[in-house]
Write a protein that binds this ligand. Structure first.
Ligand code: ADP
Ligand code: MG
Length: 681
């Protein structure tokens, strides 16, 4: 494909200036020009006035009925008008600043005009497309987003020239089998149709081909990366003790759900294999991921390795450390907690024990990735709420062992389309089943004026001995934002429940010891109500809390609301979530309604994606979400899934690595670095 790599300057009309303008929009080579995707198409089909919508661009043919008159105004401005008969309609035609067209529009002549249609005045204003009947080039004209770098017409001409001269060198890149299976347009043909479609159908077919191609390339890289990570990194074979693992499972106070069993099986199979595990464990809050993680860690220890569990907050680290200790100490395991608050001698002793292999499982925050934290034999790394940790933090933790198996857990249900793109190189286990006997949380949406009733209801729950969370978007009063703040609400509620119930306060500005004290007091029901910002969002477990009140709930996204709601409903009692919100936007109303309608995090995440779009889903741009030129992850998700399956199959087909048919795809993989195990760009 060397010919396509030639600079655009080989084209006629591409002088120095044009070459520079094209470079500004990322077009360097002839191939770039051909792959420049149109933003939209103008419909150039002849229309009768009845068919045209108001303000739409139309192309109309007719015969001139009146002598054109030209009116001059301003400095160099002019307006040429005449009446034209098109079918039964007499149409008013106006051309601006083209007085010379007068000659071409003599009475009785057939002309084709194109411009904006005014349905009320039966008028079209624009330009003369052709003197005489319209000889059609293409029905649809590609319009490009050129950011003023170069005008549309010369750009189109260059594209045309490029295709005429070099189109013959375009080679097919997709496997023939897939082209046939999905009846996709050949690449050469599709490039032509992309820019100069003869029909609406061609336009669609070209797009369909490139959407599939984009997804397929992307998934091929993902699958190649997955294969590289698995096979070339020399994972460890962890021969765990199945009998011991079973006895731990038997000791649990509950029966594992089917989904938990499947996840444990997936994970254990990965650990036992010579491949390095790179797996994502997705499951709604309370679905029992921690139990699965504990079993996996235990398995690793029975195989003679150490395990690490990294979580994003100290509170969570402590809770996990406690529950892991409770479960595993009876089986003779030593667990330890390492956070920023573990310092001095205690820390030193802990690190020594870790390096000597006396600690089996280390639980902690990002304190785990400090340089002096050295394991004797790290076999399994688990990170919780993984998208809160940067790629680098995860890499550092992983590097503390020799290719340890890695499991990422997340309680943020990610829509499948996003999961297979963002985490495409990972294997995914999903816990989509709640432990039996859990009562669904009842969710209500209340306007602010109903706050009194919400508090009355809460008081009844408190009288039964239950506890309540009250979430506010802000810590303190803000001049810019008119939202409830935790300090004020804490003062109000302290006053409201004065003498009967105690109200605690929690927010991100407390230091970790203060946070710790508050959490402990709430855990032990010393505090009946906890006013907090969203710091309690992640993983906190107080089963006796049955009420979750969220102030200014419209302020939060669906995923976050769902996370917050997940703080209740963790015990055996019926729990409630009350959203206090007066949303102004339709999307805000839809979010509140969605929350009252379902408790299923995956359903909500799909809804969230629909309301916010893929770019905003993670709240940040650096989410690792790829940008596609033509494809749309939400609309084209079927093509995405199909491309994924096809890519997976091809990567695992030995012929792919040798057959000449795939030479382009192989070099694409080599160039993108995925075969060296590098992350995608
Ligand atoms: P997650 O980490 O997914 O939020 P946890 O593992 O913390 O969920 O589980 C939430 C609660 O449910 C814990 O108290 C845990 O002991 C309990 N639990 C976990 N699995 C089961 C199960 N299969 N049956 C009943 N209770 C379970
Ligand atoms: Mg392994």
């Amino acid at each position: 494909m060397m010919e396509l790599d030639q600079p655009v300057s080989v084209l006629k009309g591409a002088g120095k200036e044009t070459v520079e303008s094209l470079a500004a929009i990322g077009v360097m080579t002839v191939g770039d020009l051909m792959e420049f995707v149109p933003a939209r198409y103008d419909d150039m089909r002849l229309k009768s006035p009845e068919e045209a919508a108001h303000d739409e661009k139309v192309t109309i043919e007719g015969t001139v009925q009146t002598e054109p008159s030209v009116m001059y105004y301003g400095k160099k401005k002019s307006r040429l008008t005449f009446k034209m008969l098109s079918g039964p309609h007499l149409i008013n035609v106006t051309f601006f600043n083209q007085p010379y067209l007068k000659k071409k529009a003599a009475i009785g002549e057939t002309v084709t005009v194109t411009g904006k249609w005014d349905r009320h005045r039966l008028a079209v204003s624009g330009q003369l497309l052709e003197a005489g009947a319209y000889s059609r080039g293409s029905d649809f004209e590609a319009v490009y987003l050129l950011r003023n770098a170069i005008p549309l017409k010369p750009f189109r001409k260059l594209v045309k020239q490029a295709i005429e001269l070099y189109g013959q060198f375009i080679e097919e890149t997709l496997p023939t089998r897939l082209i046939q299976q999905y009846r996709l347009m050949e690449r050469k043909e599709a490039i032509r149709a992309l820019h100069f479609p003869h029909s609406h159908d061609e336009m669609k077919q070209a797009r369909r081909r490139f959407v599939y191609e984009e997804f397929f390339y992307f998934q091929l890289k993902m699958q190649a990366l997955r294969k590289t990570i698995r096979e070339q990194s020399g994972g460890i074979v962890q021969k765990y003790d199945l009998a011991k693992l079973k006895s731990l499972i038997d000791s649990l106070p509950f029966e594992l759900t089917g989904a938990q069993k499947k996840a444990v099986n997936d994970i254990c199979a990965d650990m036992k294999s010579p491949y390095r595990m790179n797996r994502l464990l997705q499951g709604d809050v309370g679905s029992g991921k921690t139990a699965v993680a504990t079993l996996a860690l235990y398995a690793s220890v029975t195989a003679g390795y150490q395990g690490a569990l990294m979580v994003p907050t100290e509170i969570l680290a402590e809770q996990h450390a406690q529950s892991l200790h409770d479960m595993l100490a009876p089986f003779g395991l030593t667990t330890a907690l390492l956070t920023g608050t573990v310092k001095g001698k205690k820390r030193k002793a802990l690190l020594e024990a870790l390096e000597a292999g006396e600690i089996d499982i280390l639980i902690g925050t990002h304190a785990l990735i400090q340089d002096d934290v050295v394991f004797q034999k790290l076999g399994l790394v688990i990170t919780d709420e993984q998208h809160r940790f940067g790629v680098n933090q995860r890499r550092v933790l992983r590097s503390k062992g020799e290719n340890p198996d890695v499991l990422f857990m997340t309680a943020t249900p990610i829509p499948r389309t996003l999961a297979i793109t963002v985490f495409g190189e990972m294997d995914v286990s999903i816990i989509n089943e709640m432990p039996a006997g859990r009562k669904a949380i009842e969710t209500y949406w209340a306007k602010k004026e109903m706050l009194g009733r919400v508090l009355d209801f809460t008081e009844k729950e408190l009288q039964k001995g239950r506890q309540a969370y009250v979430i506010c978007p802000l810590i303190e009063e803000s001049e810019k934002l008119d939202f409830q703040n935790a300090l004020d609400v804490h003062a109000q509620l302290t006053n409201h429940f004065h003498g009967s119930f105690s109200v605690g306060l929690m927010h991100g500005r407390l230091n970790s010891e203060e946070k710790d004290q508050v959490m402990k007091a709430f855990s032990s029901n010393e505090l009946n109500v906890l006013v907090s910002t969203t710091v309690v969002e992640v993983g906190v477990n107080v089963p006796n809390a049955t009420v979750m009140i969220i102030y200014d709930a419209e302020r939060f996204g669906l995923s976050q609301l769902h996370q917050l709601r997940g703080r209740v409903g963790r015990g055996t009692e019926q729990s409630y979530c009350m959203l206090i919100a007066d949303p102004k936007s339709e999307a805000g109303k839809e979010r509140m309604t969605a929350m009252t309608e379902t408790n299923d995090g995956f359903v909500l995440s799909e809804k969230d994606l629909e309301l916010r779009g893929p770019g905003d889903f993670f709240g940040r741009k650096q989410s690792g979400l790829p940008e596609f030129k033509m494809a749309d992850m939400v609309h084209d998700y079927r093509a995405l899934e199909t491309a994924r399956e096809d890519a997976k199959e091809l990567i695992n087909d030995p012929a792919f690595w040798t057959d000449s048919e795939y030479v382009h795809l192989r070099s694409m993989l080599t160039n993108s670095g995925v075969l060296a195990g590098e992350k995608l760009d």
